[in-house]
Design a protein around this ligand. Structure first.
Ligand SMILES: [Zn+2]
Length: 155
């Protein structure tokens, strides 16, 4: 199991490095397994590599329809719906004074298309129609550019 880092750790504000599966496949495959175990244990629905201190373009996203975790390597949102929706959102790296994740309302696109690679280097481009899953992908890909959901809140 991996340790989750919190606000204040500079890795959360860095631009993550692209994954090169031709040289890193074994390492990334191991990291995916550890990250899935970590997010499950924390009761989360998504996790980005920077949240475990690793500045790499890798996210784990729960598919709420199938109750499974999908690893997305080098993910990129290539299309966003016109519609947005506001919902409470939390992050395993953003804790309140009680040591538990805080939850705040954030607007997100309801549907997206995401391009990513799987561990075999296969390219995928998925239309995510499930609003919760689309939200998770937007939240996690933000982590790869050093952005946190609290950045959307009014000061
Ligand atoms: Zn987060």
């Amino acid at each position: 199991m991996l340790e989750i880092v919190h606000v204040g750790d500079k890795v959360l504000r860095q631009i993550a490095e692209g994954v090169d599966l031709s040289t890193e496949k074994e390492y990334i495959s191991h990291l995916i397994k550890e990250m899935i175990e970590t997010v499950k244990n924390a009761g989360g629905v998504g996790l980005a590599a920077p949240q475990v201190g690793i500045s790499k373009c890798l996210i784990i996203v729960k598919n709420p329809d199938a109750d499974e975790f999908i690893p997305m390597i080098n993910p990129e949102i290539v299309w966003k719906s016109f519609d947005k929706e506001c919902m409470k959102e939390g992050c395993l790296s953003v804790l309140g004074e009680d040591g538990k994740p805080i939850h705040e309302n954030v607007f997100r696109y309801t549907r997206i298309r995401v391009k990513y690679q799987d561990i075999d280097g296969q390219e995928h481009e998925d239309l995510i129609k499930n609003h919760l899953m689309a939200r998770i992908v937007q939240h996690e890909t933000d982590h790869l550019i050093g952005k946190l959901f609290i950045d959307y809140l009014e000061k």
